[in-house]
Write a protein that binds this ligand. Structure first.
Ligand code: CAA
Ligand code: NAD
Length: 282
C-alpha cells in the first residue's frame, strides 16, 4: 500500500479521533491546526481519550505511549511534506476545504493522496481544485471515531482505481469496516440520517413533544443509542446546519432544509456539547 506517514488537517471533534486511530494503527501521524491554542486543545482531547482507554483496560500503557509517539502537531503546512496520505477534517465549507488543499499541494509530493472527511460536500468539486484529481477521494468517519466501526470510502468521478483501492485497504488497516459510497450529498449514511435529525428538530420546534420525550421515543422505542436531539448536540449544531444547507442546495428537497430553529440556535452560539448548550445543557 506504501502508506507510512498520514497527515490530518484539523484537530477538532473529528480530526482528533482520526489522528488517534491512525497513530494507534502504527502510522506516523502529523496533525495540522490553525494556531497553537487549538492544537494544544486538540492534542489534549487525544491524550484524554487514550488515557480513558488505559483506565478501562482496553489499551496498555505501552500501546498508549507508542500511539502518542507516532503523533506530531504543527501549525504549518510544510511539516506535512512527508505525508503519503492526508485526511482533511476542517470546517464543513467548500471554500475553506479547497483553500486548505491548495496550500497543502505546495507542501507535499506528487504521490500524496488527498482525502476529505466531509459529511456532505461534493468530492469531485474538492478534487477539481487540485492538480491531482485522480489521487483525491472521500473518507468519511463517524463520531466518536475511535468507537464507530464504519467508514464510507467515496469514489468521485476522477478518483482512480488505484487510489480507491489504496484508500479502501488503508481504512481496513485502521480496523474500520469500509463501505463504498457514491459522490452524492450525504453519501449513504447522512442521506438517511440527516432528514431524520432535521425532522426531530421540526417536531420539537412545533411544540409537538418535549426534547426528553422525543429522545426517549427513539432510544426506548427503536433501540437507538442516543435520541436525535442528544445526537444533534453530540455532532454539533453548527456542523449539522452547514450539512443541511449543502444537502438542501443540491437536492432542493424540503426534507434537507435546515429548520429555522437550527439556524437561530447556531446564531445564538448554542452549538451543542462543544459550547456547553444545545437542546440540553452540559
Ligand atoms: N473515544 C473513545 N471511546 C469512547 C468515546 C470516545 N470519544 N466515547 C465513548 N467511548 C467508548 C466508551 O469508552 C465505552 O467503551 P466500553 O463499552 O468498552 O467501556 C463505549 O464507547 C460506550 O461508551 P459509554 O458507555 O460511555 O456510553 P454509551 O454506551 O452511551 O455510548 C456512544 C456512547 C458510543 C457515543 C453511543 O451513545 C453511540 O453510539 N451514539 C450514537 C453515535 C452516532 O450515531 N454517531 C454517528 C453520528 S453521525 C456522523 O458521525 C456522521 C456525520 O457526518 C455527522
Ligand atoms: P470541529 O469544528 O470540531 O473541528 C474543525 C477544526 O478544524 C477546528 O478545530 C478548526 O480550528 C480546524 N481548522 C479549520 N481550518 C483549518 C485549516 N485550514 N487547517 C487545519 N485546521 C483547520 O468540526 P468537526 O465536527 O470535527 O468536523 C470536521 C469535518 O468532519 C467537517 O467536514 C464535518 O462535516 C465532518 N464530520 C463531522 C462529524 C461530526 O459528528 N461532527 C462526523 C463526520 C464528519
Amino acid at each position: 500500500m506504501g502508506i507510512q506517514t498520514v497527515g490530518v488537517l484539523g484537530c477538532g471533534l473529528m480530526g482528533a479521533g482520526i489522528a488517534q486511530v491512525c497513530a494507534q494503527a502504527g502510522y506516523r501521524t502529523v496533525i495540522r491546526e490553525v494556531d497553537e491554542g487549538l492544537l494544544t486543545k486538540g492534542l489534549g482531547r487525544i491524550d484524554k481519550s487514550l488515557a480513558a482507554g488505559v483506565e478501562k483496560g482496553k489499551l496498555t500503557r505501552k500501546a498508549r505511549d507508542e500511539a502518542r509517539g507516532n503523533l506530531t502537531g504543527t501549525t504549518s503546512f510544510e511539516e506535512l511534506g512527508p505525508c503519503d496520505l492526508v485526511i482533511e477534517a476542517i470546517v464543513e465549507n467548500l471554500h475553506a476545504k479547497r483553500e486548505a488543499f491548495t496550500a497543502l499541494e505546495a507542501a507535499v509530493g506528487e504521490h500524496t493522496i488527498f482525502l476529505s472527511n466531509t459529511s456532505s460536500l461534493c468530492i469531485t468539486e474538492i478534487a477539481a481544485a487540485t492538480k491531482r484529481p485522480d489521487r483525491c477521494g472521500g473518507l468519511h468517519f463517524f463520531n466518536p471515531v475511535p468507537v464507530m466501526k464504519l467508514v464510507e470510502v467515496v469514489r468521485a468521478l476522477p478518483t482512480s482505481d488505484k487510489t480507491f483501492g489504496t484508500v479502501f485497504s488503508f481504512a481496513q488497516s485502521l480496523g474500520k469496516e469500509p463501505i463504498t459510497a457514491p459522490d452524492r450529498p450525504g453519501f449513504i449514511v447522512n442521506r438517511l440520517l440527516v432528514p431524520y435529525l432535521l425532522e426531530a428538530i421540526r417536531v420539537y420546534e412545533r411544540g409537538l413533544a418535549t426534547a426528553e420525550d422525543i429522545d426517549k421515543g427513539m432510544t426506548l422505542g427503536c433501540g437507538h443509542p442516543m435520541g436525535p436531539l442528544t445526537l444533534l448536540d453530540f455532532v454539533g449544531l453548527d456542523t449539522t446546519y452547514y450539512i443541511a444547507e449543502i444537502m438542501f442546495q443540491e437536492f432542493k428537497e424540503p426534507a434537507y432544509a435546515p429548520p429555522p430553529l437550527l439556524k437561530r440556535m447556531v446564531l445564538a452560539g448554542r452549538l451543542g456539547r462543544k459550547s456547553g448548550r444545545g437542546f440540553y445543557e452540559y
